[in-house]
Design a protein around this ligand. Structure first.
Ligand SMILES: Cc1ncc(COP(=O)(O)O)c(C=O)c1O
Length: 475
């Protein structure tokens, strides 16, 4: 038994199977920075010996690497993150708003932001989700929504949204910054580290005047998984406070391999970002055209988003499969099992492929071949039942922090009506929370959760996936 290494065996088998990797990390197992060619990775796994600096009090090479990162993005400060964007978002919440202080957030924020609310004790003011029904995907918030929320909540400290979202849909950041007025705009740019490096891409958050941005350099910038950075203007959030929050949350044993990969990713983006992204954008465009040539798949394009104020990250392919008679999950599964193509993610209606710095024309050709092969068959797995519509954002009865930390008990879902949720419950897709810690189980929320479970959609956050019981705050 103990001679088995299940995780190693699983990863080894996946990698040795030679899949076409249209998913993050963007180095896709190939685009090793040239500096590392021939290097012994194990030997580079070092720690804070003299001369190698300290992530928590950087004065040497880590400080200089962070300064170069800040300079690249034209901002006063940059902080390396070894716990992904997750830790950066949590730190931003801690730095931006204290207990009871209000912060405006789009409803479909990543769970890391909820963790930040729990850590900080801030009071969320959520903007309802905007939908793009043809693809059944969420859109980033519109400036008008921020105006309306701020008129009702003039004491708000900060506004936070995702840009671009998981579907590559980018927000009208300038409009949102203007709408936020004299408040800190914090941007979850986990999927947007590359935006600054090609003019065809949507405007990056910091260039549009945001106060802070957290970017998963590992997703699209070529760093190793978990490597990310936080960019800070420092007009509203003091650098010391943000650094203190990071000090609290980040490990005392940061991986030098990760930090080296951030330093090297920064150099490559600075020196070659534009040409690399021009290539990826061209490849994505050609692939989208090839997919569109033969039905029944439709690729999301800027033209679809006309009138929404949003723009697309052209390196990402969001492929709507509705007309194929199959679900996105089924298409993604068949691409993998028959064509050895692994995409980034799928939902009921779409498949999302990420093209990264190392994606080759033959990788995209394999995707097109797979889709063409599937197009020739009639799908049989798709359920045509409509998705339940998202319930309105439920009233907040307790701060997320108090609800999460307080006493809790499990009750059958049906008996939760009128109770306060202790957990974050989200149905995938769309991954937007139905109810969060501190929010009320309204009749609409219960109806939505029951409908989602009946349709076999996956539910995150419940003690059991069938959601027979949920955790409520015990009064
Ligand atoms: C929108 C968004 N924000 C934040 C995160 C967290 O980023 P990381 O995985 O780098 O911690 C993710 C990760 O998937 C994400 O999709």
């Amino acid at each position: 038994m103990q001679d088995r290494v299940p995780l190693w065996e699983a990863v080894r088998d996946y990698v040795h199977g030679g899949p076409v990797r249209l998913h993050v990390p963007a180095h896709q197992g190939r685009a090793l920075p040239e500096e590392l060619a021939g290097e012994d990775f194990l030997a580079l796994d070092v720690t804070e010996v003299p001369g190698l600096d300290d992530l928590h009090r950087p004065t040497g090479p880590i400080a200089r690497a962070q300064e170069l990162t800040a300079r690249l993005f034209g901002v006063p400060e940059a902080y390396f993150l070894v716990g992904g964007s997750t830790v950066g978002l949590q730190a931003l919440l801690l730095a931006a708003a204290g207990p009871e202080e209000e912060i405006v957030l789009e409803r479909s924020v990543h769970r890391a932001v909820w963790a930040g609310l729990i850590l900080s004790g801030a009071r969320p003011v959520f903007l309802p989700v905007r939908w793009y029904p043809q693809f059944n995907i969420p859109l980033p918030p519109a400036p008008d929504q921020v105006h309306t929320a701020l008129a009702r909540h003039p004491g708000v400290r900060a506004v936070l949204f995702t840009h671009p979202n998981y579907y590559g849909v980018a927000a009208d950041v300038e409009g949102l910054v203007a709408a936020a007025g004299d408040r800190a705009v914090l941007v979850d740019e986990a999927h947007g580290v590359h935006l600054a490096f090609h003019p065809e891409l949507p405007r990056p958050a910091m260039a549009a005047g945001a106060e802070a941005s957290v970017q998963s350099t590992h997703k699209l910038g070529g760093a190793l998984t978990q490597g990310a950075w936080l960019l800070l203007r420092g007009k509203y959030l003091k650098g010391r406070k943000t650094a203190r929050a990071l000090d609290l949350l980040q490990t005392t044993s940061p991986s030098y391999l990760l930090m080296i990969s951030l330093d090297l990713a920064r150099k490559r983006l600075a020196l070659h970002g534009r040409e690399l992204l021009a290539r990826v954008l061209g490849l994505a465009r050609e692939t989208a055209e090839e997919i569109a040539k033969e039905g029944p798949f439709t690729v999301l394009r800027d033209a679809h988003l006309k009138g929404t104020g949003c723009r697309l990250d052209g390196t990402r392919l969001v492929i709507n499969v509705r007309e194929s008679g199959r679900s996105g999950w089924e298409v993604a599964g068949l691409l993998r099992s028959r064509y050895n193509v692994q995409v980034e993610m799928a939902d009921r209606d779409n498949v999302v492929a990420v093209l990264g710095l190392a994606t080759r024309p033959e990788d995209c050709a394999a995707l097109v071949r797979g889709l063409r092969g599937l197009a020739r068959e009639t799908g049989e797995g798709r359920t045509e039942e409509g998705m339940p519509s998202l319930p309105p954002v439920p009233p907040l009865r307790l701060l997320p922090r108090a609800a999460w930390l307080g006493p809790r008990r499990a009750v059958p879902l049906r008996e939760a009506r009128g109770e306060v949720s202790a957990d974050l419950l989200a149905v995938y897709p769309p991954g937007v929370p139905a109810v969060g810690p501190g929010e009320e189980f309204t009749p609409e929320v219960l109806e939505y959760l029951e409908a989602a479970v009946a349709r076999g959609l996956s539910l995150h956050g419940a003690a059991d996936p069938r959601c027979t019981s949920v955790e409520i705050v015990a009064s």
